[in-house]
Design a protein around this ligand. Structure first.
Ligand SMILES: Cc1cc2nc3c(=O)[nH]c(=O)nc-3n(C[C@H](O)[C@H](O)[C@H](O)COP(=O)(O)OP(=O)(O)OC[C@H]3O[C@@H](n4cnc5c(N)ncnc54)[C@H](O)[C@@H]3O)c2cc1C
Length: 498
């Protein structure tokens, strides 16, 4: 490779994970780093998902960095635009802009075993880095299922995460495909404008009421004047969710009472018994993500909404045909069909020590040590890697745990001195994943009788952490050097840096 820029750390992605990593690196005294972002602004998920009604399912005081509290959150559950603005603010306050390279999609990262560094090709040029922090997001590349005939559809088609704001849905016949977290926010926002909404539902979700309200001026004043009050608020929100997580992971049988609350939520708005039957899930609550909405069921009860209790199976011109044969003529199709989660797209672009890509190494399913590192991919850490997801708490808690791990990783490299790299030992990766999968067996995600996006093509849950956030924090506090092989640069190898 010709001479090029070399940095100590390359962070990929500028969502909560990448920006958090940048702040943490600065705090560890590392200033020689870049943040590579494919888009033209920071924000990740909260930049890309701008669909009408997009909002967070975790209260704002918990869905934010512990090191950057915001006393001025306007609502208990923030909308997309407020979270996006928060991330822009964090970028400014922590002076991250000089490190950020926008329009710099990472095309390939290749481990150089001689020089112990990553060679990185991006849309804006090449560079190399001692350490890569991959924060490309668990829900960042939209997935549209292959539907026969979709190409022939004459109307408008888009995914919820790539909303076309130039297309006016007013007076249109709209098909919504999917009933996940995004779809249930979109339907109530679109129903009042559209001529009709046809919802293609493969599996009904469990939906609980959303306790959203404005945060009063007095509360905000209190949080500004006495910052510990916002910490107390965060602590309470965290504690409630920590208890929920325990039920999901250890006592799924006790969730029946919660199902009764969800059924009452539905019964309040849906009076038609036939529609209620269509919307009632047949699996344990929590097995798929529990959704929060007080407007979804009321929207479904409107005369211009039709629920098709079957997946979309083919498209014939402007006619959509469900698996059960139901047909609907529409002008636009909105896919709320989720993301590439268990087949993380970045994995195809990472080439490890033995020339294999991470995707090849993960053919049988994603596996990492403590959610962060993979054997044969030295000095490569992921943020929100395998088995770090949460059913119903704040991902920011998990991200911050992974940042603790990153900080200690950097410290360990410092202690080793010279040019060194850490490669996860295959036995340590296997032992960690064995423990994770053993614990997974009794969780609601594996025992609840559903198929969810948490499971990979082999039916293995490679996305969710089967414990509390406290347990994960403990497991990621320090890097255990016994779990790594220390690599040293061969004496003959020469490192060229610019
Ligand atoms: C609609 C929606 C609602 C959600 N609601 C919640 C919620 O209520 N609670 C919760 O805990 N979590 C929620 N999540 C999950 C959310 O993804 C995480 O909470 C968190 O925002 C993830 O942050 P991240 O930085 O890891 O990833 P992202 O925010 O996805 O950021 C990844 C970044 O990497 C960039 N990138 C990807 N590939 C490349 C590449 N090759 N080169 C360069 N850049 C690249 C992307 O452009 C993006 O900016 C939600 C997700 C979505 C989509």
């Amino acid at each position: 490779m010709a001479e090029h820029e070399h940095v100590r750390v390359a962070v990929v992605g500028s969502g909560f994970g990448g920006l958090g990593a940048a702040v943490r690196l600065r705090r560890e005294g590392v200033t020689d780093f870049v943040v590579l972002e494919r888009a033209d602004s920071v924000g990740g998920t909260w930049r890309d998902n701008s669909y009408p009604g997009c909002a967070c399912d975790v209260p704002s005081h918990l869905y934010s960095f512990s090191f950057a509290p915001n006393p001025d959150w306007p609502r208990t559950f923030s909308g997309q635009e407020h979270i996006r603005a928060y991330l822009e603010h964090v970028t400014d306050v922590f002076r991250l802009r000089p490190h950020i390279r926008l329009n710099s999609e990472v095309k390939r990262m290749t481990w150089d075993s001689e020089k112990l560094r990553w060679d990185i090709e991006t849309a804006s040029g090449r560079l190399s880095a001692d350490l890569v922090v991959s924060a490309t997001g668990p829900l960042s590349d939209p997935r549209i299922p292959e539907i026969p005939g979709l190409d022939s559809f004459p109307g408008k088609v888009f995914h919820s995460a790539r909303w076309d704001h130039d297309y006016d849905l007013r007076g249109k016949r709209v098909a919504m495909v999917g009933t996940g977290a995004s779809a249930i926010q979109i339907v109530p926002a679109v129903q009042p404008l559209a001529r009709s909404v046809t919802l293609f539902q493969r599996t009904p979700p469990w939906v609980m009421p959303r306790m959203d309200r404005e945060i009063s001026g007095a509360e905000r004043w209190l949080h500004r004047q006495l910052p510990f009050t916002s910490q107390v608020r965060r602590g309470l929100l965290w504690g409630i969710r920590e208890l929920q997580v325990q039920a999901f992971t250890k006592r799924p049988n006790e969730l029946g009472a919660v199902e009764q609350l969800a059924k009452r939520n539905m019964a309040r708005a849906i009076k038609d018994p036939a529609l209620r039957a269509k919307l009632t899930p047949d699996y344990r609550i929590g097995c798929k993500r529990i959704l929060l909405s007080s407007t979804y069921y009321p929207a479904l009860a409107q005369p211009n909404v039709d629920v098709v209790a079957s997946g979309l199976s083919r498209v014939e011109g402007s006619k959509l045909v469900a698996a059960d044969g139901t047909e609907a003529e529409v002008d636009a199709i909105v896919f709320g069909t989720g993301f590439h989660v268990t087949d993380m797209p970045i994995a195809d672009r990472v080439v490890g020590a033995d020339g294999r890509t991470l995707a090849e190494a993960w053919k049988g399913g994603m596996e990492a040590l403590r959610g962060a590192s993979a054997a044969g991919f030295p000095n490569w850490l992921s943020v929100i890697g395998p088995n770090t997801g949460l059913g119903n708490s704040s991902m920011i808690l998990m991200i911050e745990s992974q940042l603790n791990y990153l900080a200690d990783f950097v410290r360990q490299l410092d202690v080793l001195g010279g040019r060194a790299a850490l490669d996860a030992r295959p036995a340590a990766v296997a032992a960690w994943n064995h423990r994770v999968q053993e614990r997974m067996k009794r969780t609601v995600w594996n025992t609840g009788g559903c198929t969810s996006w948490y499971l990979d093509a082999n039916g293995r849950n490679s996305t969710i952490w089967p414990g509390t956030t406290t347990e994960f924090r403990r497991a990621t506090r320090r890097v255990d050097l016994a779990e790594y092989e220390v690599l040293r640069v061969p004496a003959h190898a020469e490192v060229t840096t610019v």
